[in-house]
Write a protein that binds this ligand. Structure first.
Ligand SMILES: [Cu+2]
Length: 170
């Protein structure tokens, strides 16, 4: 009987300990979400750069710099934290090839609504996410190209003036 009681006590302690652990983890998750202010590179797998960029209804990315290593696998996630529709405040991330002209590309892209603002047959784009609206998230995966400083932008009309940055491959 005494043994049974001991086992029961032990079980109680275990479940309390597990319960507490769970609570703590939730708090950590919540705080890590708040901290996403710049593009973060996850170190969990050295060969995968896990980049998260956010954008909002104020026509802004949360960062103007992304850093990865040549040949590294890149998972690029764009989160639109705003509320406005894709037709009004659509956002994407377009990384241009070296040598592409940001202003010229953006001007051309602005005329291509039916193709989600990516010029048909363009040679300027290294990779791009799809265009999303408020509350949506999209991801792409690709292999980082040769070392260099690449431009990235949102190609929704007129957004590139505020929504641009450097994709730096080391
Ligand atoms: Cu945009």
């Amino acid at each position: 009987m005494k043994t049974l009681k001991n086992v029961f006590t032990l079980l109680m302690i275990c479940s309390i300990a597990v319960g507490c652990g769970g609570e703590k983890k939730k708090e950590e998750d919540a705080s890590s979400k708040v901290k996403i202010k710049s593009a973060e590179t996850s170190k969990s797998d050295d060969n995968v750069a896990n980049i998260v960029i956010t954008a909002d209804d104020l026509m802004k990315f949360n960062t103007n710099e992304i850093r990865v290593k040549a040949g590294q696998k890149v998972k690029l996630t764009l989160r639109h934290l705003g509320k406005l529709d894709k037709n009004v405040m659509g956002h994407n991330v377009v990384i241009l090839n070296l040598g592409a002209d940001l202003g010229a590309f953006a001007a051309s892209a602005a005329t291509q609504k039916e193709n989600d603002y990516i010029p048909v047959g363009t040679q300027d784009v290294l990779v791009n996410t799809k265009m999303i609206g408020g509350g949506e998230t999209t991801s792409i995966e690709f292999t980082a190209p040769a070392a260099g400083v690449y431009d990235f932008l949102c190609s929704f009309p007129a957004h590139f003036a505020l929504m641009n940055g450097k994709f730096i491959v080391e």
